[in-house]
Design a binder for this molecule. Structure first.
Ligand SMILES: [Zn+2]
Ligand SMILES: [Zn+2]
Length: 360
């Protein structure tokens, strides 16, 4: 076979299947046969180009797992994988030499190259996203082997669990038996629960709002959350105070991007606590309580991506301790990726957490 098909966005909200030549596989490259791609919560943003940051033509898809179809000699020795192995890949294609790459912050690489997000498909090797049959992974990537008995859908969640590790370990720097409040029980919040449990956080409290979050909060409990709170049914400040014996939380991990969540974050944080922000508000104004930051000596940290954290995530997934696949609530064949992203964006199914696309 010399041809392959991928879904190409040529302009906002216009996505169609296109055929490409399968590229030559160089010494540092891996040709991956994509098995499962999850639709990330950020994909609609690139699909609609709502802040004019998207570059087209673009093949979406950065949360994926697949099989090594072909691999160059140098890539095989770098990553320790061979033809037929199951792998997953970090979204980043780091330049390796800019100021940020050189200091280990390659999520902020000035070249801004991420598979399925920011590498256009108008020049070779074209297949730069995982909404398709194949993707070419190149030098500057991080590749992780997936154990044979782990499913592709679980492995495709590796970057999201990596996000969780970044919040809990790198940013909040939580120690065992320190408390945390996770705001928003979507895929990011749930993956943060997994990372927090692995880090020994206690008590771990997860907050949702509305009936639609009931199944997500139930899954948070399955992942090990100690308490769940429905914001619309309970007095959150009173409840967190009761759970933490009046001390409030060492960290608040904001995973929702909902404007009211920021007020909740400031109401539930302990003196000297850390608020980590991952949710994106879409440019909306959010009132910030500066006096509280000063008087409580709070730390407020932003977090983007999962540099250096997918390794921890993949080790966690390979342990098979958590029912990670339960986050994938809806499945579509890759041939219906256009319908799948429309379904995801329509919010028709309030219980939907992640939608996954499958190749045979
Ligand atoms: Zn993602
Ligand atoms: Zn760089």
């Amino acid at each position: 076979m010399t041809k392959t098909k991928s879904w190409v966005l040529t302009e906002p909200a216009k996505m169609a299947l296109q055929e490409f030549d399968i590229p030559e596989v160089g010494s540092t490259d891996i040709l991956v046969k994509v098995k499962v791609t999850c639709i990330c919560g950020s994909d609609p943003h690139w699909y609609h180009n709502d802040d004019n940051c998207a570059k087209y033509p673009l093949i979406l898809g950065h949360e994926f797992a697949g099989i090594v179809e072909k691999i160059g000699d140098e890539a095989a020795s770098r990553y320790g994988v061979k033809v037929g192995d199951k792998i997953t890949v970090e979204p980043y294609l780091a330049c390796g030499h800019c100021e940020y790459c050189a200091t280990g912050h390659y999520q902020l690489c000035t070249a801004k190259m991420c598979y399925g997000i920011s590498i256009t498909c108008d020049s070779a090797p074209y297949i730069n996203g995982a909404y398709g049959e194949y993707i070419l992974v190149r030098s500057g990537s991080k590749v992780f082997k997936v154990d044979d008995d782990v499913s592709f859908e679980e492995a495709a969640m590796s970057s999201v669990i990596g996000n969780g590790y970044r919040l809990v370990v790198d940013k909040a720097q939580l120690k065992p038996n320190q408390s945390a409040l996770v705001l928003g029980p979507g895929a990011l919040g749930l993956c943060t629960v997994i990372a927090a449990k692995e880090a020994g956080v206690y008590p771990l409290i997860v907050v949702g709002v509305g009936d639609a979050d009931d199944n997500r909060l139930a899954l948070a409990k399955e992942f090990g959350a100690d308490y769940t709170i429905r914001l619309d049914k309970e007095d959150i400040v009173a409840r967190v105070s009761e759970i933490t014996k009046g001390k409030m939380c060492d960290a608040v991990l904001e995973c929702s991007g909902a404007v009211p969540a920021y007020k909740t974050a400031f109401s539930c944080i302990k003196t000297l606590g850390t608020i980590v922000l991952l949710g994106i508000t879409g440019g909306r104004d959010v009132p910030i309580l500066i006096d509280q930051i000063v008087k409580k000596e709070l730390q407020i940290k932003g977090s983007i991506g999962q540099p250096n954290d997918v390794d921890y995530a993949m080790k966690t997934i390979n342990k098979k301790k958590y029912p990670i696949a339960k986050m994938i609530t809806t499945k579509f064949p890759m041939s219906k990726a256009d319908e799948a992203i429309e379904f995801f964006m329509s919010k028709k199914d309030p219980s939907c957490i992640r939608v996954a696309l499958y190749n045979d």
